[in-house]
Design a protein around this ligand. Sequence first.
Ligand code: SF4
Length: 335
Amino acid sequence: MQEAQFYKTHSNKRAKCLLCPHACIIEENNAGKCNIRINKDGKLYSKNYGKATGLHAEPVEKKPLYHFYPGQQIVSVGTYGCNLRCDFCQNYHMSQAHVHNDFFSNDISTDRVVKQVLNSSECCGMAYTFNEPVVWYEYMLEIAEKVKNNGFANAVVSNGYINPKPLEKLINLIDGFNIDLKAFTDDFYRKYTGATLEPVKKTLKTIRSKNIHLEVTNLIIPGLNDDIKIFKTMINWIADELGPQTPLHLSRYFPSYKMNIAPTPIKTIVSLREIAMDKLYFVYCGNVSSSYGGSDTVCPKCKTKVIERANYKTYVKNLNFEGNCNQCNYNIAVS
Ligand code: SF4
C-alpha cells in the first residue's frame, strides 16, 4: 500500500478523498466508493499500488489511439478497480475485481514496469489502461515520471472522472489521452455508471486547452445512448469545444457484466459514423471488421488514404514526419 495523494484528514480521523468528483468522506478502516482508497488511522492509502494485472506490449491502435504514434507498439499496464460502476463494463474482471479479491495481481515495481518499455522494440512508450488509471493514480504518476525521464511517451485511457487538481498534475507527464465519453446525458451517467456527465466534459476541455493529444471513445449501446438527436448534440459539442480534428471512436457494444441487451447492430455504428462525419474529420468504427469501413485515416482535404488499418496491422502510407498529408500538406494531427 502507498499513501494516497489528494486527501484531507478531518476530525475523528475521517478522511476526505479529493481525487475524483465522488468526494468520498471515509471513516477509519473504511474505503471510498472505489473500494481502493482506504483510511488507516486517519491517513488515506491506495490499496492497488504496484498490483499489476497486466503488463505487455501491444499495438497502440488497441487502446484505441489512431493518431498517436500510428503503427508502433506501446507497453500497457493496468491494476484493478474503478471509480465507476458501469452495468455494461466490457472489462469488469479487472475493473470490479476489488469487489471480490485481488488474487490475480502481481507485485511489480515501477522500475520493473519501465524496464519493459526500454526492452520492447518499436515501442513509443507506456499506456495506463485495462482498468481505470485514476484509481491507481500514485502508481501511474511514479511510472509516468520515469518513462518521461527515459525519453518515451505516456498515454492514458480513462473515464475522465477526475478532479481538476490531480488532472493538472497528471497532464504535465502525459502526451496523449483517450477519454471515454459514455453518453451525453446526465441521466445515463447516473443510471448506468454511478457517476455524472459534467466532470467528464470538464476533463475533456481541460486536456484540449493544454494542447495534449486527445481522442474520444463512445460505446454505442442499443436503446440506451443511440438516440440520434442526443448523438448529434454530442457531436456538435465535440466539434465546438474540442475541435473537428478530434478523433472519435464509435465502439460496438457486446453484452457484458450486468447488461444483456443484444450487441449493437453494425449498421447502427456505420450510420452514426456517417452522421458524425458531418462535423468531425476523423470518426472510426470500433469492434467492427475493417471491411465495413471506418478503420482508415483519410485526409479531410484531398481524400488521400494516409493510414490504412486492418486487424491491428497499420500501414502509414502518405504522411510525412510532421504528420502532414504527402499529397496536399494538410496537417492530420498525428503525434
Ligand atoms: S477515488 Fe475513490 S475514494 Fe477517492 S473520491 Fe473517488 S471513489 Fe471516492
